[in-house]
Each structure stands twice: as structure tokens, then as C-alpha cells.
Design a protein around this ligand. Structure first.
Ligand SMILES: Nc1ncnc2c1ncn2[C@@H]1O[C@H](COP(=O)(O)OP(=O)(O)OP(=O)(O)O)[C@@H](O)[C@H]1O
Ligand SMILES: [Mg+2]
Length: 523
């Protein structure tokens, strides 16, 4: 059934006739300058079906969804809704047919409140003016449905990404979607938030809503999907139904190569302490102080639930937020880091969680983004930028990280989500830091590229870089850490050696049961 590592030709489509399909897509193609994003892709969707679309970074998933939701138009191909040929020239037109897309990169207005975002462009009015009270009342209902307990008056920019994601879903529910497209919805949700999202998806499906689900987390895809289609390099590759939806089948169809050696740990030498954090108190959790250290060549995980204070800790170390008290030592010298520039001068790099806000200048080219951090490093004696060096750095990074881009001059916003993440990584790596702080480094990255990033982290550690990484994926923390700290509500609840790392030990500390007193006692 599953052709070894090859795609099955296009027209072997196992789903059936027009009439029972809510949505049909015939031979859709789309190109951008230098990139063939989609080539003759077809798919069908029945009412009340959960269809997942999987594929590597840059395979064309988001592009396909944007076309279905009226964000972009196809170059050729046809779309049928309820058997009638349609074309959407705007998201509004798609919405009128009940098709709503929740974007991979969140699409909310940071400076508006939650309710205003939910009803943006569709504000209920009273005597010609926006009725804020009705917005609040109705928003509360949708917030409740997604299980988010924030006031509709909260400014969206103040919410964590996880919560912003839930607002997006509430917004989609508010337009009464028949086809709800979710592009990597769980990439920044906690496991608890994800679990409630899955329940929501299942209940929507039972009400006849169709879901198109995109995720790099194959366990989720397996759990939720009635059917899975695989895209590879912009083409329809294969379809898996029911019990064909296994991890192994999905991987071999997506990647086309064996990646069984997922975490390949080779022991390497651990050196002197590079980072020592003493009793640091962050503005977010002023009641707690955190102490930890990371040695040269050591890969240290920072585990915990979403919102446990890990990102805030990295931000304070890196000088984005000013700590309230405590100190940071680099190479055994106490240093004052008042801003990111000073952090960089001390050889620290931070790859942030929210690449759109803090990592990537979306309107600059790949080369300019990767070059930014390195420019200072390569500036000539008189402070002139060394553009030649910048270019070769970029080429090395594109090659090393397998960034899929037509050229190093491509504007970053045109890259697929996972490839943008790799650009952010490349930007900081080109600086050759001695301490690398990574916040959810594999978020949105496909399974093949994930393995490449793990291998890269390994390699950097073997070259004596000290690495502290935040991850919400337990498997990843267990797979690559030499040692891990676990946080819960702003405090460290424990420290685990590689031999002690397992899902249970991490979760116990992350949810702060039993062990806390003991950890405090020892620490
Ligand atoms: N507006 C655009 N301009 C130029 N190229 C684009 C544009 N949008 C997408 N592309 C390119 O089209 C290809 C498909 O991108 P798409 O975002 O659909 O991938 P994806 O499967 O969603 O990947 P990911 O898993 O990384 O999110 C990529 O090579 C991407 O760089
Ligand atoms: Mg995408």
C-alpha cells in the first residue's frame, strides 16, 4: 500500500464522489518568483471530517490553506464548495462560505483588546457606534468555549502566545465556521491547553464542522485525523486513511529517508562553568529567585509547563528585562547585562520563542537577518561592515541548516514558517557565541529538520558551547539534555541528571507535586 519511500502519483485519490464532499480542490497550482509552492494539488473534504495535511517545511501546506481561505489566489486549479465551483478573492468571501483559517503566525492586533480582536471588522453596532458591551458579552461566550479565562477587555499584546492562540480560535468560532483550518495550532500551547483544544476539535467534528489540521507533531495528527494527506515539494504525495495513519508511514512519506537515529548522543567533554545565575528575580515572578549554572559543552534543558517562567528567565539573563535582584556570572566574572547588546558582547545569544516579534526582521532578506548579529563581529577596524563575510556566513548557514529559500536575497516573510525559524537560528549561530540560549528551538520545525537541529546542538556542544534550552516537548528534553532544570510558577522545582530524566520525573516537578519540599531542601 505505502510505496517504500516514494510518492504515489497524483490521481490515485481514494476519496469518493463530488456529492458527499463539502469541499473539493482540483489541481491547484501556485508559484512565487523562483519557487513552485504548489503543483497540481487535489484534495477533498467531507462534512464532519478531520483531515490533516502534513509535509516538511516549505512543502506548501500553508500556501494551500491560504488559497482555500481567500488570503492568496491560485495560479490555476478549481475549488468547489457543496459541488459548486467557487473562487475566493478575499478572506471575507471564504468566510461567507464558512471557511476560516487560523494562521500559523498569529494574526491578532496586539494593541486591541481580546473582544475587539474577536469581532474585528464585524463589530456589533448600536446607533451607528461600536457596541463595546455586546462585544464583551459575546466574546465571553466564545472564550468560555475555548476554555480561556481572561477578560475580553485584556489587551492582546499582554497575553502569552499560548493564550493569543486561544483567542484566535475563539475568533474563528465566532464566525460559525463549517471548515475550520488550523495551521499548527498547538505549537505554542501547553499540553493541557492542547488537550482542551483536541476536545474542542472533536466536539466541533461531532457537530458536523470539518477541520483541516496542520501540525508537525505527528502524535497529534495520529490522534485526531480521519484521513491524512502528505505533500512533498509542493506536490500531492500520498493519502493515509484510518489505521494506515502510523508514525512510521507519515515519516517515510514526508521525509523519504530514514531518520530512526533521532537523538544520537555522543558523550563529550564538559568543561568549566560558563554561566552562573545567582538568586535572580525577574519582574514577572518577583516572589521567587532562581539559581542555576551551565558548563562549557553542556546541554541543559529548562523544562516546565507553558507559562512557568522559563522565557522570562532567559529574557532577564539576556538583558531584555532588567532583573530585580541577583547576579549573573559569565566565565566566573560577575557581569552587568543591561540590554541585549551587552549580552552579545559577553558572547551570549538568544534564539527567542516568538520569532516574529523578537527574532526576525520579517521585511529584510535572509542574508540581512543572518548577517545582523555577525556584522559587529566582522566589522573592520574602522567600524565598516564586512559584507563579503556576511554573505559567506549566510551561505554556510543556509547550507548547514538546510534553509529552503530560492536565494540569500529572499525577503524572510516569504519563507515558510519552519524555514523562518532556521533563519533565526542561523542569525545567532553565525555569531559563534559561547553561551547559546534557545527558547523552543524546534517549534514549527519539521521532523527531518528537527533532527538536523538536534545534531547541530550536539555539534555545538562538542565544540564547547554552553547551551541552555527551553522546551515544552518532554521527549526533546529527555532526548538531548545532559541535565535539566524544571520550573513551576516562577521557581525551580528541581534539577535532574541525564540518568534521572524521564517523563514522570519531569512532570512531577513541572506540576510541583510531592518533590518540591525535598528539592528546596537540597537546593
Ligand atoms: N509570499 C511568498 N513569496 C515567495 N515565496 C513564498 C511565499 N509564500 C510561500 N512561499 C514559498 O513557498 C513554499 C511553500 O511555503 P509554505 O509556507 O506553504 O510551506 P509550509 O508547508 O507551510 O512549511 P512550514 O512547515 O515551514 O510552515 C516555500 O518554499 C516558501 O518559501
Ligand atoms: Mg506553514
Amino acid at each position: 500500500m505505502i510505496a517504500e519511500q516514494n510518492c504515489i502519483p497524483l490521481n490515485v485519490n481514494k476519496s469518493n464522489s463530488l456529492s458527499e464532499n463539502l469541499l473539493e480542490v482540483h489541481r491547484l497550482s501556485k508559484s512565487f518568483p523562483g519557487v513552485r509552492a504548489l503543483h497540481q494539488v487535489s484534495l477533498t473534504l467531507k462534512p464532519g471530517e478531520v483531515l490533516s495535511v502534513i509535509g516538511e517545511n516549505g512543502a506548501g501546506k500553508s500556501t494551500l490553506m491560504k488559497i482555500l481561505a481567500g488570503v492568496q489566489s491560485a495560479d490555476s486549479g478549481e475549488i468547489f464548495v457543496d459541488g459548486k465551483k467557487t473562487a475566493f478573492d478575499s478572506t471575507r468571501a471564504a468566510m461567507d462560505h464558512g471557511i476560516v483559517l487560523i494562521h500559523q503566525e498569529l494574526n491578532l492586533c496586539d494593541n486591541l483588546n481580546v473582544g475587539q480582536n474577536i469581532f474585528l471588522g464585524r463589530e456589533p453596532q448600536k446607533f451607528g457606534i461600536v457596541n463595546s458591551r455586546e462585544i464583551s458579552q459575546k466574546s465571553e461566550e466564545f472564550l468560555k468555549r475555548v476554555g480561556l479565562s481572561v477578560s475580553p477587555k485584556t489587551i492582546v499584546g499582554r497575553l502569552t502566545i499560548g493564550k493569543q492562540q486561544m483567542v484566535e480560535i475563539a475568533k474563528a468560532l465566532s464566525v460559525d465556521a463549517r471548515v475550520l483550518i488550523m495551521d499548527e495550532p498547538t505549537s505554542s500551547l501547553s499540553s493541557k491547553e492542547s488537550a482542551s483544544l483536541f476536545e474542542l476539535i472533536e466536539s466541533l467534528r461531532d457537530q458536523g464542522v470539518s477541520i483541516i489540521y496542520i501540525s508537525h507533531r505527528l502524535a497529534e495528527v495520529k490522534r485526531l485525523s480521519d484521513r491524512v494527506i502528505v505533500l512533498r515539494d509542493g506536490e500531492y504525495c500520498n493519502e493515509l486513511i484510518g489505521d494506515e495513519i502510523t508514525h512510521a508511514n507519515m515519516v517515510s512519506n514526508m521525509v523519504g529517508r530514514d531518520i530512526s537515529q533521532f537523538y544520537s548522543r555522543t558523550p563529550h567533554k564538559i568543561g568549566e562553568t560558563v554561566l552562573k545565575v545567582n538568586q535572580l528575580r525577574t519582574p514577572h515572578w518577583p516572589q521567587h529567585s532562581v539559581s542555576l549554572k551551565v558548563k562549557a559543552g553542556e546541554i541543559v534543558g529548562l523544562a516546565g509547563l507553558v507559562g512557568s517562567g522559563r522565557t522570562e528567565l532567559l529574557r532577564s539573563i539576556f538583558g531584555i528585562d532588567r532583573p530585580l535582584s541577583g547576579s549573573v556570572e559569565i566565565d566566573k566574572q560577575t557581569v552587568k547585562i543591561r540590554n541585549p547588546k551587552e549580552a552579545v558582547n559577553h558572547g551570549i545569544a538568544l534564539v527567542p520563542e516568538d520569532r516574529k516579534q523578537h527574532g526576525l526582521i520579517i521585511d529584510l532578506s535572509v542574508q540581512d537577518n543572518i548577517g545582523i548579529a555577525g556584522l559587529q563581529k566582522h566589522a573592520s577596524r574602522f567600524g565598516f561592515a564586512n559584507f563579503q563575510k556576511q554573505k559567506s556566513d549566510t551561505e554556510i548557514m543556509i547550507d548547514r541548516l538546510g534553509i529552503k529559500t530560492p536565494s540569500d536575497r529572499q525577503i524572510s516573510k516569504f519563507l515558510s514558517g519552519g524555514n523562518q525559524q532556521k533563519v533565526v537560528l542561523g542569525k545567532w549561530l553565525s555569531m559563534a557565541p559561547k553561551l547559546l540560549l534557545l527558547d523552543e528551538p524546534t517549534r514549527g520545525v519539521d521532523i527531518g529538520a528537527k533532527q538536523e537541529i538536534y545534531q547541530l546542538i550536539e555539534k555545538l556542544a562538542s565544540e564547547s558551547m554552553a547551551i541552555l534550552f527551553v522546551s515544552s516537548e518532554l521527549e526533546e528534553v529527555i532526548g538531548i539534555s545532559d541535565r535539566a532544570y524544571v520550573m513551576h510558577e516562577g521557581q525551580l522545582t528541581g534539577e535532574l541528571d541525564r540518568s534521572e530524566l524521564n517523563e514522570e520525573s519531569i512532570m512531577r516537578l513541572a506540576t510541583n507535586t510531592a518533590e518540591l519540599k525535598e528539592a528546596k531542601h537540597n537546593g
